[in-house]
Write a protein of this length. Structure first.
Length: 136
């Protein structure tokens, strides 16, 4: 009986502590009022990492590269007459020039890297073709 009373008292004390912590007068936030030091910034991709970003692509050349590189086997793109289902549907996602250059150059997930197979100008051409075809 004494043990039951001790456990009951301990349980009541724990509930009281939890309840006391919930009813404060101040709002707690995850953002500090002051920041000490510098807030890190994230820089986007650069032409040093992605040389195709510094180039102007040619959509007509990009169409041929899209076909010869097998892009349509994974991607749907109405302009290319392709309906691949492995990668994103480019007509729906409407990727930006920068995103196409990044993915084609470096790959990601199931998308292989073409940075070692295609020249920077060819990557720029494919990116321009995709952007013009999709309105991305």
């Amino acid at each position: 009986m004494r043990r039951t009373l001790s456990l009951l008292a301990l349980l009541l004390a724990a509930v009281a502590l939890v309840a006391a912590g919930c009813g404060g007068a101040e709002d707690a936030t995850a953002t500090p009022e002051t920041i000490v030091g510098e807030v890190p910034t994230t820089a986007g991709p650069s032409a040093a990492d992605l040389p195709a970003l510094a180039l102007k692509g040619d959509a007509s050349s990009g169409k041929a590269i899209f076909a010869s590189s097998g892009c349509g086997s994974c991607h749907t793109l109405a302009a290319a007459g392709s309906n691949g289902a492995v990668g994103p549907n480019l007509d729906q996602s409407k990727p930006s020039y920068e995103l196409v250059v990044t993915r084609v150059t470096k790959g990601q997930g199931a998308m292989p890297s073409f940075g070692d197979r295609l020249k920077a100008q060819e990557i720029a051409d494919v990116a321009q073709y995709v952007v013009e075809s999709t309105g991305g």
